[in-house]
Design a protein around this ligand. Structure first.
Ligand code: COA
Length: 328
């Protein structure tokens, strides 16, 4: 990893997340529904702050743009995994808020934190939290079910990112299949619906060959069971003057699981990979008329160029080729 330290503040759309301060005992008392005069809320905040001091990450306090405290997303280090917890103040839109907050925190974790499984545990009847966790991309891991003092717990785990410089045959098959499905669903990854498997395989194998040259890496998002959920490539620019830049290419997720934060997690993994390569500036391009600019804007990109009619999707259907960039 480079010398960049993980940010302590996370901002997204209409919420921000920050490390706890002593005064947050007030929020904890409210969430626990106990008077602030009791010792426990202050003690919890103290433990949170100690965790931050020791690990450089921990529990984030969720705030709205007016600075109102709305809840927390907790990350706690265990020996071989990181446990996530989430609580928001009750009220309308609480689940929606929890979903948005959890989505950004798990993406942040995948991009910046130690490469350990991220898990949440919940009571089997806690459907609301389960839905929040699933909307953030987490999936049920039945093998991790357990009981503590007679209480049953179920565990959901976040997909993980693999940054690879080679693609084994089984992974190649899964990538080829996904790429074909993404094309047929109208995805903008170099082809049009109905593209032949041979044509896709040729481009994929071109990437596989370039991995061996060392300037390109493959970033795959995998489910805890090892299924491929998405992938893309980080291609470092050639030449001494541009070696600190890279292009992100062929970003795609499984068509059957769209909208479950996997795009965000994949972007987090790509940024992690780029940073590990020493890259400081990333670019990408997309096909105009797909709405993808909005998607990338969320992850800090701005449009830096546009080639009118630069992409021919079909005769008579020319789109702009749009270039976006961000620093890492
Ligand atoms: C772009 C892509 C990777 C996003 O993956 P995903 O699994 O849907 O990602 P997430 O669940 O994290 O994000 C979904 C969010 O992005 C938005 N989004 C996804 N694709 C979008 C698009 N084409 N235009 C506008 N917004 C888009 C969704 O509306 C959703 O927003 P919401 O959370 O407010 O509802 C995926 O749609 C994909 O593989 N597309 C086809 C391939 C492609 O075109 N890749 C881009 C190459 S430049």
């Amino acid at each position: 990893m480079g010398s960049v330290t993980p940010p302590r503040l996370i901002t997204a759309d209409d919420l921000s997340l920050r490390p706890p301060v002593e005064d947050d005992a007030q929020l904890v008392a409210e969430l626990m529904d106990v008077p602030i005069s009791t010792e426990r809320p202050a003690q919890i905040v103290r433990l949170w702050r100690e965790h931050w001091d020791e690990r450089g990450y921990g529990t984030w306090i969720i705030e709205d743009p007016a600075g109102r405290r709305l809840g927390f997303v907790g990350l706690r280090s265990h020996s071989d995994f990181i446990r996530v917890t989430i609580r928001v103040i009750e009220g309308e839109g609480g689940d929606d808020l929890a979903t948005r907050a959890l989505r950004v925190v798990v993406s942040h974790a995948l991009e910046w934190l130690p490469d350990l499984p991220l898990r949440i545990r919940l009571a089997p009847e806690d459907v609301a939290t389960r839905e929040v966790a699933e909307a953030a991309g987490m999936t049920y891991a039945p093998d991790l079910d357990h009981a503590v003092d007679g209480d049953e717990w179920q565990v959901l785990e976040l997909p993980y990112v693999r940054i690879a410089d080679r693609v084994p045959p089984r992974a190649r098959e899964a990538m080829l299949k996904m790429w074909g499905e993404v094309n047929d669903a109208g995805g903008a990854v170099g082809f049009v619906p109905g593209a032949s498997q041979e044509d896709v395989a040729e481009v994929l194998d071109g990437y596989v060959a370039r991995l061996a040259e060392g300037r390109t890496v493959c970033v795959a998002l995998n489910s805890p069971l090892g299924e491929l959920l998405g992938f893309g490539f980080v291609a470092r620019s050639t030449g001494m003057t541009v070696a600190h830049t890279a292009n992100l290419e062929r970003i795609m997720t499984d068509t059957a699981r769209r909208g479950t934060n996997h795009g965000a997690l994949l972007m987090a993994g790509m940024h992690r990979a780029a940073r590990e390569m020493g890259v400081e500036l990333v670019t990408l391009d997309y096909r105009g008329g797909t709405g993808l600019g909005e998607f990338y804007t969320r992850y800090g990109y701005t449009e830096v160029g546009r080639i009118p009619g630069g992409v021919r999707v079909a005769p008579g259907d020319d789109r702009d080729g749009v270039i976006m960039a961000r620093s890492l």
